[in-house]
Design a protein. Structure first.
Length: 246
């Protein structure tokens, strides 16, 4: 049973790929262009005993998503498909190049559709399709987040529609929305202000500490397990209560 993770060579995508890796399991991780980072990710996954395959693919297109899925060898079934790839467009939405902005929406949102469609012949009863969302899919996050936030909103809608469509096959579709973490994407968004912003976020969390990768990884592992058989079509936030305060 294989795992396919778009955006799986760094940040949250890599953490999820590593958590779902098992000895002998194929773990296909997609990336955009950083071959060195992909090689490092493959080394980390190989250390778990899994069989990593890193693929440079544009999951904002049907062809790119199909290429990522096709990297699973032979007729090996796919147990989990995770869409974690993200494309950031800096600046206001209306100032962006339209083709660049539209492509970012495809990567950030409708890539989930392309991945699910490409993987469908190899998904089995009990498989999970997982989308990585964020708070910006439901509220406006200022400064450079429009393409991500709008894409995430599209992805969350797809989660609901695909969940209903795939439920008769025993395939679940869910989304996890972690709060702010120190990732390459966050540092692209906020640059030198990243540590200051993360510290401020941590102070605002009622749970009393900053988020850690472990805080959402346990949830992902649960959603991928038979124990979550009747959980589908949901977007589950992991904010430590930070989303409950106006």
């Amino acid at each position: 049973m294989a795992v396919v993770v778009s955006g799986g060579t760094r940040g949250i995508g890599l953490e999820i790929a590593a958590r779902l890796a098992r000895p002998g399991r194929t773990v296909v991780v997609g990336y955009h262009a950083d071959h060195d980072v992909a090689a490092q990710a493959s080394e980390r996954l190989a250390a778990t005993g899994a069989r990593p395959v890193a693929v440079a693919a544009d999951v904002g297109t049907a062809a790119g998503a199909a290429a990522l899925v096709a990297a699973v060898p032979g007729d090996e079934p796919i147990d989990q498909v995770v869409h974690s790839a993200v494309q950031i467009v800096m600046g206001p939405a209306l100032a962006a190049d339209p083709s660049t902005f539209e492509h970012a929406l495809a990567v950030n949102g409708t890539g989930l559709y392309h991945l699910a469609r490409a993987a469908l012949p190899r998904l089995v009863r009990g498989s999970l399709v997982l989308f990585l969302s964020s708070r910006g899919g439901r509220v406006v996050v200022p400064e450079n987040y429009a393409a991500v936030g709008i894409g995430k909103a599209m992805g969350e809608a797809l989660v609901r529609y695909l969940a209903v469509e795939l439920a008769p096959r025993g395939i679940r579709v869910n989304a996890v929305a972690p709060g702010a973490l120190d990732t390459a994407a966050v540092r692209t968004l906020y640059g030198d202000r990243t540590e200051e912003l993360l510290a401020a976020k941590a102070r605002s969390i009622p749970a009393g500490r900053a988020l850690r990768h472990e805080d959402y990884l346990g949830l992902v592992e649960f959603l991928a397990s038979p124990a979550a058989e009747m959980i589908t079509g949901q977007t589950i936030p992991v904010y430590g209560g930070g989303d409950l305060i106006g």
